[in-house]
Design a protein around this ligand. Structure first.
Ligand code: BGC
Length: 803
């Protein structure tokens, strides 16, 4: 069923399947059988803009949709209803298999609602034909896939896309992904992953937008708009699936699948906002998560799935479980058998069972015995049908087979991939070498050594999820630099593999460095095995002997630029002290080499900024900028954090509190000076804020905040102005800083511009002690800053008293 044409995709899907099988075996013993160029840089994003974003297309509002759903529901037998709630992967059984015959027969009987990991218009059409032409009620299947950062045209990993801080660019990448996926018969992406993560040990930090809810919400909306387009029923639109609901990114110790303990305040204030933003942008589906949240697994959690998602937010779409997360309820310890697991999940609000096979096996008996009310079952079926109607699958169940190949890797899509990759790169360090910054390099350089296991590794450029991406589509750094410089000026030495190097590998690399005028080192992690799912790390240095390779190449005395590949920040204190230039490249996608070359040689300036705090050492994790001040902050003037008496403050005695690079940090090829932050008022009345919040329309501007930014360098460049606030005097402690706006500002050399942020009541609202989003009287500090650790602040007061 999986396209035989695509060996790469096949092998990845197999890794997926066998990885999960191992997991299932672990959980259930033997129950389971194996079965550019760059557009102008001025995309602005402010709180006001994000409020406006909320009014995107609502997929379920079309007249008559509810009627169609109800009419169909009335015709369905119990078996057919349950069938709509069953999802399998590519025809392979991965859950308890009792009751399974084969997919085709089950599809014919109306026992399957969805398949995933089946791709290609021919393959999906053939299965769709069985559902539409041979099943009694002709209900189409919905085909899903992990389209995470591209389908065939692979973009930078999601963390890299977030580092662009450009929602409009992210939206473009998701649009391309939607066009390609839908051409391949896939109308449902298991994306965006909007889990907030504060811990770089967690391998899946690579799949999200980092640690901040404001940035994460803007990016979440962008994905939804890109996937679902103007109208979800357009043939090139696909349903988004917002995952993993919720709290998965807070896995204790950064260990994947681990439990989470998150207070309601923290959940509402930090973890839920990107989910809510995606839902408000019209996301058609959600995926429940693997983790338990405060003791209740999130795939059987009525508080999050029913109270918050359905009742408070009014979500009308469907929730699919994560892979076997329903059967995992037994391992969690809240179900002794499969029937109980199925009952708990369905009753909590999980509509579709991804691969556990427990809905198929037990729902009939559970409904017949009254353990699941008919109304609960009907509600779940209604939600699945609603999504299928909204996608237009009943009217257009098939994919046009002749369009498929010409939709893939179009030149416009590849251009977007190159721009996205350029914008994802974050310049972390650029020290002077012989009087001027190491980067950009001159294209006239006499010779360059290109060293490192990731220098000529097309596969790794694609990241841990790469859907139908192919290695041969990806441009490695070696290929791009050979084209740029000509083979004669480039000396390549691999220096070993990611996990191991021999002495002679290292010696050859050192020799290459010695005989050329400078070295570009391409080091880092292996994307499929060290980043993404089930790839948590306790130690965040360079794997293998890469640190030694780095130090020996630097010891040659020749200038070195380090291009660092990874799905997370790596703790490299030595490099950040000794290597003149360091570029965080994440995994940049099919245009990796070209984009990196563009930035190294200054054909494009770096514009990326960190969407997370970059730790100095893993022991600092969880590390996030929007932390509470504590009662004894290290910065407290009463307790100076210099050597001496500063003992009783919140700090480590053997490491700094501060990150290596703060959230929001990123250098470029010019410098900026930020003037003082100024607000057009010093006081806002609490009642005005309350009145504005109570209004469901667009909230008016109540305060304008501005700062002058000057490009103080000799080149044009883009500054990322970030707006942070702190609230004090409130009913609950709020972070020492929190992001509430950002804008990219293009400035010519020497140019100054005033940047203004229009703040509305939303900026000041938070989840307070009364268990609601509200405003309170407060002393407010406001910064317009180049990152979360700098900037000159101003203050204002929210005056009044709470009733
Ligand atoms: C992952 C999900 C993914 C699903 C389907 C799970 O293991 O957690 O993110 O969408 O598999 O492949």
């Amino acid at each position: 069923m999986i396209s035989g044409k695509n060996l790469h995709a096949l092998s990845r899907l197999c890794v997926n399947v066998y990885g999960r099988t191992a997991k299932a075996i672990l959980f259930f013993g033997l129950l389971v059988l194996c079965a550019i160029f760059i557009p102008p840089l001025s995309s602005a994003q402010s709180p006001a803009a994000s409020t406006a974003d909320r009014t995107t297309t609502k997929p379920f509002d079309s007249p008559g949709l509810e009627q169609k759903v109800n009419d169909l529901l009335q015709k369905m037998t119990l078996e057919e209803k349950i069938g709509q709630l069953v999802q399998y992967t590519g025809g392979l059984a991965t859950g308890p298999t009792s009751g399974r015959t084969d997919d085709k027969d089950m599809i014919r009987k109306g026992q399957v609602g969805s398949l995933f990991n089946v791709t290609g218009s021919r393959e999906t059409n053939a299965l769709q034909k069985i559902a539409v032409e041979n099943s009694r009620l002709h209900i189409p299947l919905i085909f899903g896939l992990d389209v995470i950062h591209g389908y065939r045209t692979i973009f930078p990993i999601s963390l890299g896309l977030a580092a662009s801080w450009e929602p409009s660019l992210v939206e473009k990448t998701a649009r391309v992904a939607a066009q390609e996926a839908s051409a391949g018969g896939v109308r449902w992406a298991f994306s965006p992953m909007v889990d907030i993560s504060r811990d770089a040990r967690w391998g899946r930090i690579s799949e999200g937008a980092g640690e901040d809810p404001f940035l994460g919400s803007a990016i979440a909306r962008a994905y939804v708009r890109g996937y679902q387009g103007e109208h979800l029923n357009a043939p090139d639109s696909i349903a988004a699936c917002v995952k993993h609901f919720v709290g998965y990114g807070a896995a204790e110790g950064g260990r994947d699948y681990n439990s989470t303990e998150i207070s309601e305040h923290t959940l509402r204030q930090y973890y839920l906002p990107p989910f809510h933003a995606a839902q408000e942008a019209g996301a058609a589906t959600f995926m429940s998560a693997f983790n338990s949240l405060n003791g209740v697994p999130t795939s059987a959690n009525p508080f999050t799935l029913k109270q918050i998602l359905r009742n408070e937010w009014g979500f009308k779409g469907m929730v699919v479980s994560d892979w076997t997360s329903i059967s995992e309820l037994m391992a969690h310890g809240i179900a002794l058998d499969g029937a109980t697991a199925a009952r708990k999940a369905l009753r909590a609000g999980v509509d579709m069972d991804m691969t556990s096979n427990l809905y198929h096996s037990h729902l009939e008996q559970l409904v017949n015995s009254g353990q699941i009310p008919q109304s609960d079952l009907d509600e779940a079926v209604r939600r699945v049908l609603r999504v299928k109607f909204a996608l237009g699958l009943f009217d257009h169940p098939y994919t046009d087979e002749k369009d498929e190949s010409q939709t893939m890797l179009r030149s416009e899509s590849v251009a977007i991939a190159r721009a996205a990759a350029v914008h994802s790169l974050v310049l972390l360090r650029n020290e002077a070498v012989s009087g001027s910054p190491m980067l950009p390099l001159s294209a006239n350089v006499s010779s360059i050594a290109l060293v490192g296991p990731l220098a000529d590794d097309a596969r790794n450029m694609l990241g841990s999820w790469s859907a139908l991406g192919r290695d041969q589509d990806a441009v490695s750094l070696r290929r791009a630099l050979t084209e740029k410089l000509g083979a004669s000026r480039l000396v390549y030495a691999k220096g070993g593999t990611i996990l191991d190097s021999s002495d002679s590998d290292i010696a050859a690399a050192v020799q290459a460095a010695q005989k050329t005028s400078m070295t570009i080192l391409a080091l880092g992690e292996d994307s499929p095995t060290m980043t993404g799912e089930a790839a948590s790390r306790a130690w965040l240095g360079l794997p293998g002997r890469q640190q030694e390779l780095l130090e020996k190449v630097v010891a040659t005395g020749k200038p070195v630029a380090l291009v660092l590949f990874g799905g997370r920040p790596l703790t490299l204190p030595w490099a950040f002290e000794h290597v003149p230039a360091v570029l965080a490249a994440w995994f940049p996608g099919v245009q990796a080499g070209n984009a990196i070359s563009d930035v190294l040689f200054g054909d494009a300036a770096p514009t990326g900024h960190l969407p997370l705090s970059w730790p100095r050492l893993a022991a600092q994790e969880p590390l996030y900028y929007n932390a509470l001040n504590t009662g004894r902050p290290a910065s407290d003037p009463e307790h100076p954090d210099v050597q001496g008496d500063a003992k009783y403050i919140s700090r480590y005695i053997d490491a700094p509190n501060s990150p290596q690079f703060p959230f929001g940090f990123g250098l470029t090829y010019t410098t900026f000076r930020y003037g003082p932050t100024q607000a057009d008022t010093k006081q806002v009345a609490l009642t005005d804020l309350q009145k504005a919040l109570a209004d469901t329309g667009k909230h008016p501007t109540l305060v304008s905040v501005s700062a002058e930014i000057k490009n103080t360098g000799a080149r044009a460049g883009s500054a990322l102005a970030q707006l942070y606030i702190r609230l004090e005097g409130t009913s609950v402690a709020m972070p020492a800083r929190m992001l509430q706006g950002f804008q990219k500002v293009a400035l010519a050399a020497g140019e100054s511009r005033k940047v203004t942020f229009e703040l509305s009541a939303d900026t000041f609202a938070f989840w307070g002690a009364e268990n609601k989003f509200a405003v309170e009287p407060a002393h407010v500090t406001i910064w317009i800053a180049p990152n979360s650790a700098e900037g000159e602040s101003t203050t204002l007061e929210i005056t009044g008293t709470l009733q």
